[in-house]
Design a protein around this ligand. Structure first.
Ligand code: SF4
Ligand code: SF4
Length: 81
């Protein structure tokens, strides 16, 4: 496993449980806690840095913070160079 030191910051204070972040994540990093009606972030190292979840959350609860020096992220950029 590659250690990306990638972070997804979640502030539940303004979360309204709309599930849009959960539906936006195509790599299964965001799961859903049906009981608490809140997203759960798992396997953050698999995040593809698409920022969809952050963009979808109109309440500003999610901040995707990529580690721009990570091996995985550099591999992603290599594809487009
Ligand atoms: S940035 Fe993209 S891949 Fe990463 S958790 Fe958000 S929606 Fe999923
Ligand atoms: S999109 Fe934002 S408000 Fe909606 S469930 Fe996700 S974190 Fe909560």
């Amino acid at each position: 496993m590659i250690d990306t030191k990638h972070q997804i910051r979640f502030n539940p204070e303004n979360c309204v449980g709309c599930k849009l972040c959960y539906k936006a994540c195509f790599v299964d990093v965001i799961r859903w806690d049906e009981e608490k009606k809140r997203p759960v972030f798992k396997y953050v190292e698999d995040c593809e840095h698409c920022f969809y979840c952050e963009a979808m959350c109109k309440k500003g609860c999610i901040e995707v913070v990529p580690n721009y020096e990570s091996e995985k992220l550099l591999q992603t950029f290599d594809r487009y160079l």
